[in-house]
Design a protein around this ligand. Structure first.
Ligand code: SF4
Length: 337
């Protein structure tokens, strides 16, 4: 307990129970027990984070890999993740860490100060909180982000959006960009496949946009589970009506993983059809990912149609933007410098 970080956003109840108010599960946790995410534990009536400053995954990734296509393209992000998650997606690609208890995997100690120094040392202009679910290491993200901001390093989260509004708004003061994984557009999928529910995720998307955080959305399409054109159309309409047409949307391919091993990978054609639906709905920046794609992973000017950024997987092979503008004068949506 001596080295553990006390959690934010929880309340003490009778008989040494506590209630965690970080995410919509609002776990009530008895003494000696943990919340649903396995990363927050009640010790003698206080809630502690078991993963503060304890990353188990560290890498320097292209920012495009997160994916962020319209946020500081061509830069590297110092990327970290820990154990635990508040969702339990049956198709999780990082399930060995996201579904693990902190003590079951190897982690290292990296204080916020050390993390920011490491990012600086490696010339990374951003720190990405990613791999498992940054909500689970909320306090660590917050402390790192405060320090990084002071040093001019950007903070980006790759997040499931299943968080309560108050902690999210606190994050928004320090987070520069968020990629929210909108896993489907039905509560049925969320309940059956992820163990969560959709409403708080949609609320988070609206809040991030309102608070001025640069936002991109990823929708991983799984054949038969969330690939119906009507569902995709409904999702695109919701995006258009609630956060506008300039938020980048990434349709990405599923590959069999964790508990879903009997469904084949998403055909590229399914992703192209989804893109075509989104384009028709008027979304301006729609991408296809996790499959070889040429023009579907490039950025084009919404006004004149000219190529702005050409990508080859996670590399920028051509950047025609000048101070964030197309030759035609259109100011492309994004954070470019
Ligand atoms: S963050 Fe963890 S402990 Fe807190 S409510 Fe969510 S699942 Fe429960």
């Amino acid at each position: 307990m001596k080295d553990l970080k006390e959690c934010l956003f929880y309340e003490k109840l009778e008989e040494n129970n506590v209630k965690c108010n970080l995410c919509p599960r609002h776990c009530i946790i008895a003494e000696g027990k943990r919340g649903n995410c396995k990363a927050r534990e009640n010790q003698k009536g206080k809630l502690y984070s078991l993963v503060y400053a304890k990353p188990c995954a560290i890498a320097i990734d292209p920012i495009e890999k997160k994916p962020f296509y319209q946020f500081m393209p061509g830069n590297s992000a110092y990327s970290i993740g820990t154990a635990g998650c508040n969702l339990h997606c049956q198709f999780c690609q990082n399930w060995t860490t996201s579904q693990a208890r902190p003590e079951d995997i190897t982690s290292m100690t990296l204080t916020p100060k050390q993390l920011v120094e490491e990012a600086e040392f490696h010339g990374c202009r951003a720190i990405a909180y990613t791999y498992n679910e940054p909500i689970i290491f909320y306090e660590y993200v917050l402390d790192c982000a405060k320090l990084a901001k002071k040093k001019g390093i950007k903070n980006i989260i790759v997040c499931n959006g299943f968080i309560n509004q108050e902690p999210l708004k606190e994050w928004c003061k320090y987070i520069d960009a968020a990629n929210i994984d909108l896993k489907a557009f039905t509560d049925k999928f969320y309940k059956q496949i992820t163990g969560a529910w959709i409403k708080p995720v949609l609320e988070s998307i609206k809040t991030l946009k309102k608070q001025g955080v640069w936002l991109e959305i990823t929708n991983l399409i799984i054949p038969t589970l969330n690939d119906k054109p009507a569902e995709i159309k409904k999702m695109c309409k919701w995006i258009k009506e609630n956060i506008g047409t300039t938020t980048p949307l990434h349709f990405t391919a599923f590959y069999p993983c964790y508990k879903i091993l009997d469904i084949p990978p998403t055909p590229k054609d399914t992703l192209l059809k989804a893109k075509s639906i989104a384009d028709k709905e008027g979304l301006k920046y729609v991408y296809v990912g996790n499959v070889p794609a040429e023009k579907e992973s490039n950025t084009y000017c919404p006004k004149c149609g000219k190529l702005l950024i050409r990508r080859g997987w996670f590399n920028i092979t051509q950047n025609n933007l000048r101070k964030g503008k197309c030759n035609c004068g259109y100011k492309a949506d994004g954070i470019w410098e």
